[in-house]
Write a protein that binds this ligand. Structure first.
Ligand SMILES: Cc1cc2nc3c(=O)[nH]c(=O)nc-3n(C[C@H](O)[C@H](O)[C@H](O)COP(=O)(O)O)c2cc1C
Length: 319
């Protein structure tokens, strides 16, 4: 089973990806959050996120969010100029400001636009392309209109998140529609969606042995060590997991501290981390981290959280 780290705008930054790769490993590729064109130009933070010097040693696939063939060409050239040989095309983003402007999953009801977009990939034989998509924007059957053009395009794989765009992340994934998609798709498929624990991976691989690749997003933000546990033959004790997670957090926090402009930016960035991080950590201590209103308070609260968790690791869930 190969594991891919999903792109998560605002979370899986170059810093995060590099640190995750060096501390935990077990990931075949890290997908960058989408790079897009805004007011005719690239965004500065996107350029920095994909820059070669910020990604050395990490297996990274940059992702683009094009609306048409022209944007795809500009973005492909940007990626080529940064030394990439593989680009992922986002046809799944569900956020209304993106989708309602014909990007991400907003492309899926428009067969001609998808055809034109995918056709443009043929101008770049030196670049390999993959697609990350949902079943549709409004209807779970929209993919059926696109499957011939997807099959006819040379792609390394398709990552499917089996929801429709309108759902955002609500409701459940449509596993029956995923099965149908697999029957009709001639490309390698990576499954993505709501796989959060080793038990979820076990269930999925038992049910779908032919699907050899899973992409995980929020589950890895919550438990960054899952990639080690899933890829490593030897077991790691709960206390060791907590010790290594403590080092992972502190390294990340100290880098944020060194690169933030002022305490309020630091706190904002550190608090954002905890939106998904370690939901199973001791509740009272986790709440104190989230409520901290100064760097000093934040640091004391995280120290206490890891110490409490470590002292009681036989009773508090880790996995
Ligand atoms: C905060 C957030 C940001 C995301 N950013 C991106 C993105 O930039 N590109 C993309 O293809 N998907 C993005 N996604 C979708 C994830 O890659 C993934 O498909 C989704 O979270 C479902 O997988 P999961 O259940 O394993 O988290 C984002 C999701 C979230 C919650």
């Amino acid at each position: 089973m190969q594991l891919y780290f999903a792109p998560l705008q605002g979370y899986t930054t170059a810093l995060y990806r590099q640190l995750h790769h060096s501390m935990w490993g077990g990931i075949t590729s890290y997908y960058t959050p989408f790079v897009r064109i805004e007011k005719g130009d690239f965004r500065r933070r996107d350029l920095s996120d994909i820059a070669h010097e910020n990604n050395i040693g990490t297996p990274v696939v940059p992702q683009m969010l094009p609306r048409d063939a022209n944007e795809l060409q500009q973005l492909t050239e940007l990626f080529l100029n940064n030394g990439y040989k593989h680009a992922d095309i986002n046809m799944g983003c569900p956020f209304p400001p993106v989708a309602l402007h014909g990007r991400g999953s907003g492309l899926l009801p428009h067969k001609e636009m998808v055809t034109e977009l995918l056709h443009a990939t043929r101008k770049y034989p030196e670049m390999q392309f993959s697609v990350k998509m949902r079943l549709g924007w409004e209807d779970r059957n929209e993919w059926r209109e696109l499957i011939d053009i997807l099959n006819a395009t040379p792609l390394t794989h398709i990552t499917l998140h089996p929801r429709i765009g309108r759902q955002l992340y609500k409701g459940s994934v449509d596993i029956k529609a995923f099965e149908e998609f697999c029957l009709h798709c001639s490309h390698k498929i990576i499954y993505n969606g709501d796989i959060n624990t080793p038990a979820d991976v076990e269930r999925f691989t038992a049910e779908y042995p032919a699907v050899e690749c899973i992409m995980m997003g929020r589950g890895l933000l919550a438990r960054p060590y899952l990639s080690t546990l899933l890829s490593c033959a030897t077991t790691i004790s709960p206390s060791e997991i907590i010790e290594r997670t403590y080092t992972f957090h502190n390294t990340l926090y100290n880098t944020l501290k060194a690169t933030s402009q002022g305490e309020s930016q630091l706190l904002q960035r550190a608090h954002a981390l905890w939106e998904y991080f370690l939901p199973q950590a001791p509740h009272k201590e986790r709440k104190a981290v989230i409520k901290s209103s100064s760097a000093r308070q934040y640091e004391c609260a995280t120290e206490k959280l890891f110490a409490t968790w470590h002292a009681d690791c036989d009773n508090i869930e880790v996995m």
